[in-house]
Design a protein around this ligand. Structure first.
Ligand SMILES: [Zn+2]
Length: 196
């Protein structure tokens, strides 16, 4: 039976790179894949970009109310794999639709995304929370903090200073420099206490 996979990791751990590698492997063998991402992630238009270089156009840039099961059933029922980037932005219903793709269409689905938002809120990302609850197979993609320990938190920096609160999606107003970094819990705490 096809499975729903969740591959999670902090920012910059290479999630999109892994997704593109999986897509390449299928296509090299002549198999069709369906690559999707949420329209919430508008920074690169409809493309998937990686820091290392490879990029790819998505097959579907979906909205919060898109029905992913129906989309795949109608357009990609012959696909060998469905790949979803930025899966933390899925709604709970959409994660359930991904599960239905594995059950009713027997197509494996691999979802890549963050587990935690920058505020470390419980249930901060509906998509990640639901995937952690129901995915058949969950695995972490590891990455390293600036101190060398394993990074599991995502930190938002505004003009070089970490912020632990604010809007979920920050619009770049051109006045302040906004960056995100994967860091370990200890460094997150140090930043919070102003010790870094
Ligand atoms: Zn650290």
């Amino acid at each position: 039976m096809a499975k729903l996979y969740f591959r999670y990791g902090a920012m910059g751990c290479g999630k999109t790179m892994q997704l593109l590698q999986v897509a390449f492997n299928y296509e090299e063998r002549g198999h069709k894949v369906c690559v999707m991402k949420p329209a919430t992630d508008t920074k690169n238009g409809t493309k998937l970009l990686t820091r290392i270089g490879p990029e790819r156009e998505t097959d579907f840039c979906f909205e919060k109310d898109s029905d992913l099961f129906n989309f795949v059933k109608e357009n990609f029922s012959d696909a060998h794999c469905v790949l979803v980037d930025e899966a933390q932005f899925l709604t709970q219903e959409q994660v359930d639709q991904l599960m239905m793709i594995t059950i009713k269409l027997d197509i494996p689905v691999m979802a890549y995304g963050l587990r935690l938002n920058f505020k470390r809120e419980a249930g901060g990302f509906d998509g990640a929370t639901r995937l952690l609850q129901i995915a058949h197979d969950i695995e972490e993609i590891k990455t390293i903090c600036e101190c060398g320990k394993k990074a599991t938190y995502n930190a938002r920096f505004v003009n070089g200073k970490m912020v632990a609160d604010g809007p979920d999606i920050l619009i770049d107003d051109g006045k302040s420099e906004i960056t995100y970094k994967a860091i370990c819990p200890a460094c997150y705490q140090k930043h919070l206490e102003g010790r870094k």
